[in-house]
Design a protein around this ligand. Sequence first.
Ligand code: FMN
Ligand code: SF4
Ligand code: SF4
Length: 290
Amino acid sequence: MDIISTRNEKRYCPHSLPLPYKRGEGLRGSFRATNMIFYFSATGNTRWIALQIAEAIGEETVYIPDAIRQGRYEYTLKEGERIGFCFPTHGWQPPGIVRRFIVQLQVAGAADSYCWALTTCGDNMGEAMTILNKDLAPKGLKAETLYSVLMPETYICLPFMKTDTEEKVRQKVGTAEARLPGIIEAVRERRRGIVELERGATPRLYSYVIGGYFNSRMVNDDKFAVDTDVCVRCGKCAEVCPVDNIEGKPPVWLHNGQCTSCLACYHYCPVHAISKGERTKRRGQYYFGL
Ligand SMILES: Cc1cc2nc3c(=O)[nH]c(=O)nc-3n(C[C@H](O)[C@H](O)[C@H](O)COP(=O)(O)O)c2cc1C
Ligand code: SF4
Ligand code: SF4
């Protein structure tokens, strides 16, 4: 199993899957869906898990950035059907893009469904699931079975934040892989009340105070820059941006107000030409690749 992608390998790209629509084209209306998983993933960790669960138990998956692009916010569930949310923890909260999607989401049949959620995180996720459930409450949904899964670190913009060593990446992915059959079984059987969360020592402080500051002040596309002498004009950064905030080769950040600081543009660049502040020029790159 090769879990670290190096520069010249074929890489996972969320948009390499065929898209049934053109960007910006709306597909508004209500969608009949059987059991489904709504997921967000910037660098592939969460996608790896969400797609394995989906494949194992026959769920439909909805990649949240695509649903937003298509204007797909209305879904209908039959009695007892499963609905899951999978996302990375960002600043001890669900990512802004996930929270914005949930604000718009309408699920007919929510009250009689089985709802579960999973977050991946590099270290711990604080009260991210409490926040998720507060966001879901007005939609008639409550995630009753909750998981966090430690996966390789992707945040590298603070002085003490670095990508994991290769050994740590392998160890985290190996542990996650070993947990997956149990998670799949619980979701398949619609088990309620399972709470396996790595909240950390002071979760409320991290989610509401530090995470509150982080998500309101530090999630943005400030300080992104490209070294045009290094850039090979491949267009990957624009391709992987979940909010279409990048154009051109070399890239230009559009400052469209939607950047979720996911760092996909930084991590997927094949020549490490992108930085977000001086510090990140000396930091590693990571994305999940099998
Ligand atoms: C903006 C940002 C904020 C993050 N905040 C946290 C955090 O609060 N706690 C944590 O343990 N990991 C944090 N991480 C690490 C990711 O949650 C983790 O690497 C995740 O598995 C990435 O998933 P993805 O590859 O599906 O995008 C953060 C990553 C990013 C990009
Ligand atoms: S600009 Fe970069 S960090 Fe911001 S959403 Fe797009 S890929 Fe993520
Ligand atoms: S910055 Fe990197 S990913 Fe973007 S076009 Fe240049 S080489 Fe490609």
